[in-house]
Design a protein around this ligand. Sequence first.
Ligand code: ZN
Ligand code: ZN
Length: 234
Amino acid sequence: MKAAVFHAAHRPLEVTEMPTPEPGPGQVLVKVAACGLCHTDLHFIDHDTPTFKAPPLVLGHEISGTIADLGAGVTGWKEGDTVLLPAVLTCGVCAACREGRENICDHNQMFGNHVDGGFAEYVVAPAKDVYLLPREIPLEAGSIIADAITTPFHAVVRRGKVVPGDWVLVLGCGGVGSLAFGCGAIGGGGGTFGLLSVACILFFSLVPFFAFKNLSRVIGAKLVMALFLGTRPA
Ligand SMILES: [Zn+2]
Ligand SMILES: [Zn+2]
């Protein structure tokens, strides 16, 4: 298969032939239809952020596609099923996972970071972590659900617990921040405000805790989303 392989920071990804992975027991092979480009990928490529698995590595963790093959023991899936893969694979058995907090799993494995990701024609994934993507959601558009939508959804709906009538402030309107507006609307927020990055820089410059050397690295990223504010009328 063809894959865009990451070899080192400050070097372009190299499109090359590599063996198509074979699904092991409990795994499925997914033919990639689309894979979003996340800022995390750009951090690896442009900003010297180290990957957990040393390169060469296939980046990409916003993956949609179709089931192409089933490993031993896999049931409930068939070739051609349209699927979405989570950005991060979880163990399912640690305390966090058993409490429904898979996002802080002790043993998580991220596509395009711990294991080869979706900038390739095929990727293998544990069958237990695969989600059926309804046919009415185009695969190309659906791929960003894996990270760019689930991240603000978690912040807005689960952590912010936005309900109708709430006012919502989004700091950092990059890709994730922008999608937080949609999630705010889903939650029924009474009003949603966004501060553009320039305003965020001014804001965070006043807060010593956020006086990082390179503020641009937090603007629009998940750290900003963690500062999501949802106020609740009395
Ligand atoms: Zn990401
Ligand atoms: Zn776990």
